[in-house]
Ligand binder design. Structure first.
Ligand SMILES: Nc1ncnc2c1ncn2[C@@H]1O[C@H](COP(=O)(O)OP(=O)(O)OP(=O)(O)O)[C@@H](O)[C@H]1O
Length: 245
């Protein structure tokens, strides 16, 4: 699904904050985009707007529809910035809730009893194996490490095979090898992908990098070098390229 905005604005009136400020940008169907910007620049708010989770002004279309359209919501996967698993439930059940939109009572009963609905069994096993959390599936989410919980939330987003994947700092808290595996899982999902990150090294693997500052678009290009990074963050960015000036 493509994402198109024109003059998109999100204001939190109570605090007098304009988190996204007249943003005009298009992400094509199947495109993979890194979303950068200093802390508080509006990245999460933009992702939440695309999810239909905040009130917006201006134009925003996802796959040609309002993002609150039920079909759009069902086709969109979201990896939240923080850890939002239900801690008292098993990792397996948490992962499966990504597919629960059409479940009936008997599906819930089966899933709660530890059975994986047939259409998802193979993919759940594959993803859990690839992300190194196959052994964690029977455990309570509360008993997993932060990085293991993060990987379960990635599986939850990937399991329904979304057409649009929004991931808010998905590699936060993961070791470099696991982070690479997680990004590979996101990138090979075949969905339009928008990944918010503070990791410049990770952003350099994307062929398109968008950056916000103060809710405004300050960069939209095919690469990010040290100079661009300094412009986005206002200087003081540690150099990534050895010997670069
Ligand atoms: N629910 C809210 N109510 C009021 N203000 C909010 C709300 N959510 C975000 N903001 C404000 O909107 C601005 C943008 O926040 P946002 O979380 O989108 O930034 P971010 O770029 O994702 O930051 P970070 O990199 O630190 O996660 C900030 O000033 C923040 O305080």
């Amino acid at each position: 699904m493509d994402v198109r905005t024109r003059g998109l604005t999100v204001e939190f009136a109570g605090r007098g904050v304009r988190a996204v400020d007249h943003l005009t940008v298009s992400v094509e169907d199947g495109e993979q985009v890194a979303l950068l910007g200093p802390s508080g620049s509006g990245k999460t708010t933009l992702l939440r707007a695309v999810l239909g989770a905040v009130a917006v002004s201006g134009r925003l279309r996802v796959g040609g529809h309002d993002p609150r359209d039920r079909r759009v919501r069902r086709a969109t996967g979201f990896v939240r910035q923080g850890d939002d698993l239900v801690l008292g439930l098993s990792a397996r059940l948490n992962a499966l809730t990504g597919t629960a939109a059409g479940w009936r009572a008997r599906d819930w009963a089966a899933a709660c009893a530890g059975r994986v609905p047939a259409p998802h069994a193979e993919r759940l096993a594959e993803l859990a194996e690839a992300l190194g959390v196959a052994d964690c599936l029977p455990a309570r989410a509360a008993d997993l490490s932060g990085g293991q919980r993060k990987r379960i939330s990635l599986i939850r987003a990937l399991l329904p095979r979304p057409s649009l994947l929004l991931a808010d700092e998905p590699t936060n808290g993961l070791d470099p090898v696991t982070a690479g595996t997680a990004m590979e899982a996101l990138r090979s999902a075949g969905a339009t992908l928008i990944v918010s990150t503070h990791d410049l090294a990770l952003a350099r693997h994307f062929s398109r990098v968008i950056a916000l500052r103060g809710g405004r678009l300050v960069h939209d290009g095919s690469y990010i070098d040290d100079r661009t990074a300094a412009a986005i963050y206002g200087g003081g960015v540690p150099r990534m390229t050895p010997g670069a000036t």
